[in-house]
Design a protein around this ligand. Structure first.
Ligand code: IPD
Ligand code: CA
Ligand code: CA
Length: 263
């Protein structure tokens, strides 16, 4: 695939993402919330409608491209084969429902499992982050730079304290500068990508939570691996870390010390 095709697709996607600005306010004004697996697992009409609109866009504008997304059945799709878009239509749905802030749209375009284009659209703050294979990453029109190396002592670490044992949590607190969590895997990852956080850890991500991060990490020299240090399978995802190179090994060492973060 030549760059020229990627640019054309990027233009189409950027336009589509800007168009959602027109529909989100009305969807939020009429917000309907349902629960999925439990009372904390939310989905709204905003999630569903954004995904539906993108599915129609793909079907009509990008022939042969398939959608692997959170609010649909993906049984027939192997995201490692062909032209596949992985989408989280709203990442941070609890934030959308409770705060109307700190949520985003995540999109990753893969060709035979290789990341080609990535988008994290922070609609409430009007920042469109994108990465283009071999061309770097952009925050709106601005080129993003590789964040400088950050030692763990200087790093803010982002992780969900509800899913780790107390000892691991306190070791991470003691070793780092501080802890923050936004509650959107995409936006917590963006903080790492921008050099604000040292690392973000999610112990149970789904492919759509981390689809865009692969290419940002590649383009900006960040580490993105499973928590055992190995590669992440796109089709299943795995407990993951996206991290500044400077603190990556120290964080992984703590997570895997003694019996590990899950004991
Ligand atoms: C969730 C958020 C949250 C993360 C969960 C995700 P959703 O996504 O990214 O920060 O901890 O693992 O499922 O449900 O809002 O799309
Ligand atoms: Ca998500
Ligand atoms: Ca979601």
């Amino acid at each position: 695939m030549h760059n020229i095709d990627l640019h054309k697709i990027d233009e189409m996607i950027t336009k589509w993402l800007k168009n959602v600005d027109q529909i989100i306010p009305n969807l939020i004004a009429e917000m309907e919330t349902d629960t999925k697996l439990n009372r904390f697992d939310l989905v709204t009409n905003v999630d569903k409608q954004i995904q539906n609109e993108f599915q129609v866009f793909l079907q009509t504008q990008l022939e042969g491209h398939r959608l692997f997304a959170e609010e649909k059945n993906n049984d027939e799709i192997d995201p490692r084969q062909g032209h596949v878009w992985i989408m989280d239509p709203i990442d941070g749905t609890s934030n959308l429902v409770k705060q109307q802030e700190d949520y985003c749209i995540i999109l990753g375009y893969f060709v035979d499992g290789e990341p080609k284009l990535s988008y994290i659209y922070d609609y409430p703050h009007q920042h469109l982050y994108k990465a283009i294979e071999n061309e770097g990453a952009f925050d709106n029109a601005q080129v993003m730079k590789q964040p400088p190396n950050m030692d763990i002592e200087e790093a803010i670490l982002s992780f969900n304290t509800q899913v780790m044992n107390d000892e691991t949590i306190h070791q991470l607190y003691d070793a780092s500068f501080s802890h923050r969590i936004i509650g959107s895997c995409g936006l917590d990852s963006i903080r790492v990508i921008k050099g604000q956080f040292g690392a973000h850890i999610n112990t149970n991500p789904k492919p759509w939570d981390i689809a865009a991060q692969f290419l940002f990490a590649k383009e900006l020299g960040l580490k993105m691996t499973a928590l055992n240090g190995g590669p992440i399978d796109l089709s299943t995802a795995a407990p993951f870390i996206i991290s500044n190179e400077g603190c990556y090994s120290a964080v992984l060492e703590i997570l895997n010390s003694d019996m590990g973060y899950e004991r």
